[in-house]
Write a protein that binds this ligand. Structure first.
Ligand SMILES: *Cc1c(COP(=O)(O)O)cnc(C)c1O
Length: 384
């Protein structure tokens, strides 16, 4: 990671918060009867996940990319079946589609959110879209009911890639509970962190069963938990129980973490009010973000400002990701399809950190640096 003299690690958007409770949870896990992916700790973790989302079935797995792969496999789509993905997603969303021999079809997002543009989806009807993946970037909520309604009335399976959207809600209902399957990542940057890890939730018992079979070497389970292998194909993508133990203690703190981040969000919003050239990104009316990061629209072209911001110690995720429409990356260019809203959106936003590790001083410093680069500097460069 590039740093400059001004960089304080605090201002970066990576904030890993492990404490004594996490440490004890992992230490206690050494007393478990098993260290493998069949440890009872895994079932405990899955019960915690189910309870948090109010979702009947949860499956822990080794990472969030594999979670998407398991979700797609469970749908048992025909080879080459069309799976709709947004160009605003990171590579992790599209890679499993391609590696499973399915065909990614890019859909445009709405001009004012990361939600699928339903008119654009309607225009894709000749493609025979079998499944659609939504990706609420940086945890900003949109009208998910409309998207779920569209999918169910058109016979399209809905997968929510909620890696950024722990605790994101619309009308009091959590993102991850609208689709047929939702996938999450617990990579170190995510709101629940186990280093590496992921999980799927689903209301459908048969999809859960298929995912579990695939990730357990093709095992078929009976009601007692006994299993037999050799009748189905599968692989191994089980989560290690030490990570699951960490996941349990992280989930216990998730709501507090989100509340702390929301307090920082409120402060940063306030501190950035004088900067009229930045406007916060749209979220579903009446809903609050989960504090994964804050997203802002800036006026005009970037003109190197996001790089300047990074050089001042505040790295926007758009810089870290080298954020561009997925189909501009060489590996996905053959699937390119113009998505003008997505292109415009990607070129008009930055993200700012709002994690619970930021002090009042940090917040003031972020606001001052941002005002310097996106306020006065911008006006000066426009005037010249
Ligand atoms: C982090 C992330 C994933 C999964 O990443 P892993 O590193 O494989 O856990 C998937 N989708 C999105 C949008 C992500 O941010």
């Amino acid at each position: 990671m590039q740093t400059s003299a001004k960089t304080s690690r605090q201002l970066q958007n990576l904030h890993i918060h492990f404490d004594e409770i996490d440490l004890h949870a992992v230490t206690r896990a050494f007393n478990s009867t098993s260290f493998s992916g069949r440890s009872p700790i895994i079932a405990d973790y899955e019960a915690v996940i189910s309870a948090y989302f109010g979702s009947p079935h949860a499956l822990a797995c080794s990472n969030g990319t594999v979670a998407i792969e398991l979700a797609l496999r469970s749908l048992e789509l025909k080879p080459g079946a069309a799976v709709a993905v947004p160009p605003t997603a990171p590579v992790m969303t599209i890679l499993p589609v391609i590696s499973l021999g399915l065909r990614p079809v890019f859909y445009d997002v709405r001009p004012d959110s990361f939600a699928p543009d339903l008119d654009d989806l309607r225009s894709l009807s000749a493609e025979g879209i079998a499944a659609l993946i939504t990706v609420p970037m940086w945890g900003y909520p949109w009208d998910m009911e409309a998207v779920a309604g569209f999918c169910s009335s058109n016979g399209i399976a809905l997968i929510e890639d909620c890696a950024h959207a722990f605790g994101t809600e619309m009308n009091g209902r959590k993102f991850g509970t609208f689709g047929d399957i939702a996938t999450f990542s617990t990579h170190e940057r995510k709101l629940v962190s186990t280093g590496e890890g992921g999980f799927c939730i689903t209301p459908h018992a048969h999809l859960h069963e298929r995912m579990r079979t695939w990730q357990h070497h093709g095992a078929l389970f009976d009601a007692s938990g006994a299993y037999r292998v050799g009748e189905r194909i599968g692989s191994n993508s089980k989560l290690a129980p030490l990570c699951a133990a960490l996941g349990i203690s992280q989930f216990a703190r998730l709501d507090i973490k989100i509340a702390s981040r929301r307090a920082v969000v409120a402060r940063l919003r306030e501190a950035l009010k004088p900067c009229k050239t930045l406007v916060e990104f749209n979220r579903y009316p009446g809903s609050e973000i989960n504090g994964y990061a804050m997203v802002f629209w800036f006026e005009g072209e970037d003109r190197g400002r996001s790089q300047l911001l990074a050089a001042s110690g505040i790295q926007s995720d758009t810089v870290r990701y080298n954020y561009k429409p997925l189909y501009h990356a060489p590996a996905f260019a053959r699937y390119a399809r113009p998505c003008p809203n997505a292109e415009k959106l990607i070129g008009s936003i930055i993200t700012l950190p709002c994690h619970e590790g930021l002090s009042e001083n940090d917040i003031c410093e972020i606001a001052a640096v941002v005002e310097d680069i996106y306020g006065r500097d911008y006006r000066r460069s426009v005037a010249s």
